[in-house]
Design a binder for this molecule. Sequence first.
Ligand code: 5RP
Length: 273
Amino acid sequence: MFGVGALLLKSRLPATSFLRPVVVVLSSPAVPRQARVNMAEEAKKQAAYTAVDNHVQNNQVVGVGSGSTIVYAVHRLAERVREEKLNITCVPTSFQARQLIVLHGLMLSDLDRHPELDVAIDGADEVDADLTLIKGGGGCLTQEKIVASCARHFVVIADYRKDSKALGQQWKKGIPVEVVPMAHVPVSRKIVQLFGGEVNLRMGVAKAGPVVTDNSNFILDWKFERIHCWKDVNVAIKMIPGVVETGLFVGMAERAYFGMEDGRVLLRDAPVN
Ligand code: 5RP
């Protein structure tokens, strides 16, 4: 469906525009904090709107990701359903996504009724040059990976801060790993034995004790020390008893949309193997 390469789009232009990517990096410290926040929010919105406009058509089943960027995608989806009278069925990737679907009056389904999706749209914490992703900053990685794996096309939406050449350049909190609670200590030790770095049990912010996922599990955040072969690391960590899922999404995303600081949208396709 998609070609290779990267291009910059004015938001909501069709994916066939061929402009050379020119990325203007504004120096962040000179920009006041609130202006940076507004810029990032606008970038999320532009990426989300462009992806929904380019990838959602009538009579489709759409996977709805989790996080703050997906909120804009659901707004746009609801707008299009209303204005264009589209028949869209949504499969959520979390409790939050389910709430968003319901609050926007969209049709809610699940993988029992719709085990095959036309497209899944989701945010990411970091996206590298090959479209390998770190996900799970919001703790929803397991359901997100399941839903993405059931979709014919998996599209990522993010702002410019998530775009990196190699994982770890932008996202400093590590790779999330969902674990069965009683296994969190042995799994942490095994990850460090295998790959080094540091593993932390994710703690709640407005709650004492660890974060508990939508699946009643814990989240470990593995801070790695160097670039690895992420495909091998993903398999090795998944093989540790007690691991439910990793936040490494390797070879899953087909296309990423990055909202940029100047209002444009950068588009990147996965490499062809
Ligand atoms: C949640 C996720 C999110 O998609 C990821 O954290 C990005 O979130 P945001 O859009 O808020 O930056 O993986 O588990």
